[in-house]
Design a protein around this ligand. Structure first.
Ligand code: RB5
Length: 149
């Protein structure tokens, strides 16, 4: 059964504090945060954390994923290698809303060295409250899915 109220959270070492702030923020809104770490600050490798969160979303265990690294870029690239994942990096709420409305994104990536905590939480809110509009956008999302070989 798809867990419609579960959000997978992961990051690399650079973004632990912001990830935990986001986890608390979404839990306060009634979501279940499936925070898969890491929790200690040793240098680690963002691809493994992006993949781990993406697998939770792709399997249906979590409805959305929110992932973070220094720029948000590397962990996004890793997540997007998992079949069924559509993840965008956002540094503004408008983009976060649009990747839901037009691209049916199921994961959001944020760069901790790009945005501060207040803006990051606004970005998360924009992503989680927007709805996919379907229609012509569904055609285009289908074209993205057709690229998955
Ligand atoms: C780690 O120093 C850094 O490379 C990583 O957090 C991220 O920015 C990569 O895209």
């Amino acid at each position: 059964m798809p867990a419609t109220n579960r959000i997978a959270l992961s990051s690399d070492h650079a973004a632990i504090q912001l990830r935990q702030a986001i986890a608390g923020h979404v839990v306060a809104q009634g979501w279940i945060a499936v925070d898969i770490g890491p929790t200690t600050p040793e240098s680690t490798h963002y691809p493994q954390h992006g993949e781990a969160a993406a697998r939770l979303v792709a399997s249906g265990d979590c409805r959305f994923g929110i992932i973070l690294c220094g720029t948000g870029q590397g962990i996004m690239m890793a997540a997007n290698k998992v079949r069924g994942i559509r993840c965008g990096v956002c540094a503004d709420p408008f983009s976060a809303r649009m990747i839901r409305q037009h691209n049916d994104a199921n994961m959001l990536s944020i760069g901790v060295r790009v945005v501060g905590e207040g803006l990051a939480l606004d970005i998360v809110d924009a992503f989680l409250t927007a709805r996919f509009e379907g229609g012509r956008h569904a055609t285009r999302v289908g074209m993205i899915e057709a690229l998955e070989v």
